[in-house]
Design a binder for this molecule. Structure first.
Ligand code: LLP
Length: 419
């Protein structure tokens, strides 16, 4: 459930009409609902109530806005970060260092040191090479890095190929059949406290079976490691739970996910952690845009040209992803349209032949389920600026990221004096 609902014919974010935000902040603009973020954070935690002391680290990549992170840190969430930049954000949002997990296949030496100096809770090591480098850096600085080894279980997550991470051919983790050997090698190095296993097989999973299969393999691995005399006290089960992008679509619920986790991990005797991203933030945000004009000149359906584009919301262009699109003040009329942005690429298309609310020039529209992997994936392509972001809380709202004008981006550029 989210808090973007029609009231008196106008779509609201909690108690604020989106027409007001459009007028006062301009469009395009991302709008997040605090109540929805909080609700999702609590529903996910509640779903894990049969797991002892679950550690939940929000995947910052899904929505790194500081205000969003602050809402989640106040809910007791930690952070899963994948870069030095995300680490700085998590700390800035008051996430406790011990609640921060550092994932990612290409952490640089500087980022490893940054994590050590912040004394973060855990590094998820993606390769033997990375483990050795971290050990050397930790030892040189008199630190101990708490680590989990990320394994690649070779399980097909049955999601979009670009967001599938657990197949043998994907770049993530170490092959699970080599995990005992690599774990043992790394555990013997000074500077590392090898304490667990991490797994994450992909995002937007629409069925629980691949997760259950992957977790089952992790359970076997933990038993094998212990049989070899290794210590395993932690397991990080990653993120991946999908969310409905189409009204009426049904996906496994957090409760079903939690029940599956409780069943599979029953005898593991480890502290479990989780890295949800989309399931927390996805439906807590929308992208609000205005129709620039409607092109009716061709003999196909009309092209509704909105002021948001693929640089603001990349998912449709990148993954062919569906986002529900609705009028902010629906007249009740429906028609078949193409919804496109102004960018000079055919890929800048949000929907083709979509039966939806009829939109006319000047109308406001929302792209739903844009709270995760929305603003964070924006670029300034076509010298468009970065969209503003707004957080709504009941009857108040705040701009939580200023619109960054194209000119401000240009300010960082220099023309050398020899030109
Ligand atoms: N943990 C790790 C190690 C990850 O790589 C990810 C996402 C997550 C957790 C969070 O996964 P979630 O719970 O959000 O599914 N840009 C794509 C999604 C990329 C996901 C990358 N990794 C999209 O727009 O669909």
């Amino acid at each position: 459930m989210d808090h973007f609902q029609l009231r008196d014919g106008v779509l609201h974010a909690e108690d604020i009409p989106l027409t007001r935000i459009a007028e006062e902040v301009g469009t395009p603009v991302y709008v997040y609902s605090r109540a929805t973020l909080v609700r999702h954070a609590r529903v996910f935690r509640e779903a894990l109530s049969s797991v002892k002391n679950p550690h939940i680290a929000f995947a910052v990549k899904a929505n790194p806005n500081l205000a969003v992170l602050k809402v989640l840190s106040r809910e007791g969430y930690g952070a899963d970060v994948v870069s030095g930049g995300e680490l700085v954000r998590a700390l800035e949002a008051d996430m406790a260092p011990k609640d921060i997990v550092f994932s990612g296949v290409g952490k640089t030496d500087a980022e490893l040191l940054q994590g050590l100096e912040a004394d973060i809770g855990q590094f998820n090591i993606e390769s033997q090479e990375e483990g050795r480098e971290l050990a050397a850096i930790a030892a040189a600085h008199g630190k101990i890095a708490r680590c989990a080894l990320r394994v690649n279980p070779d399980v097909d997550a049955r999601t979009h190929e670009k967001i599938s991470t657990g197949k043998a051919e994907n770049k993530f983790g170490v092959p699970i059949h080599r995990a005992v050997e690599i774990y043992s090698t790394l555990a013997a190095l000074p500077g590392l406290d090898m304490r667990g296993i991490a797994v994450h097989i992909g995002s937007q999973l629409s069925t629980l079976e691949p997760l259950e299969t992957a977790f089952g393999k992790v359970g076997e691995l933990i038993a094998e490691l212990r049989a070899q005399g290794q210590t395993v006290t932690h397991a990080d089960l990653g993120g991946g739970l999908g969310v409905p992008y189409k009204a009426g679509e049904v996906l496994p619920s957090p409760a079903e996910y939690g029940a599956m986790v409780a069943k599979v991990t029953k005898h593991w005797d480890v502290a479990l952690s989780f890295e949800p991203g989309r399931v927390i933030a996805g439906n807590a945000g929308i992208l609000l845009a205005r129709v620039i004009r409607v092109k009716r000149s061709s003999n196909t359906s009309p092209f509704v040209v909105v002021d948001a584009a693929m640089n603001d919301l990349a998912r449709p262009a990148m993954y062919g992803a569906w986002h529900d699109i609705e009028a902010v003040e629906p007249s009740g009329a429906k028609s078949i349209s193409h919804i496109v942005g102004p960018i000079c690429e055919t890929g800048d298309t949000f929907a083709m032949n979509r039966e939806m609310d009829t939109l006319e020039s000047g109308d406001l529209a929302v792209f739903r389920t844009a709270g995760a992997y929305g603003a964070t994936m924006a670029s300034s392509y076509n010298s468009r600026g970065f969209v503003a972001e707004v957080l709504v809380d009941g009857d108040k709202y705040a701009v939580v990221a200023d619109r960054l004008a194209a000119a401000a981006i240009m300010d960082a550029e220099r023309v050398p004096d020899w030109l």
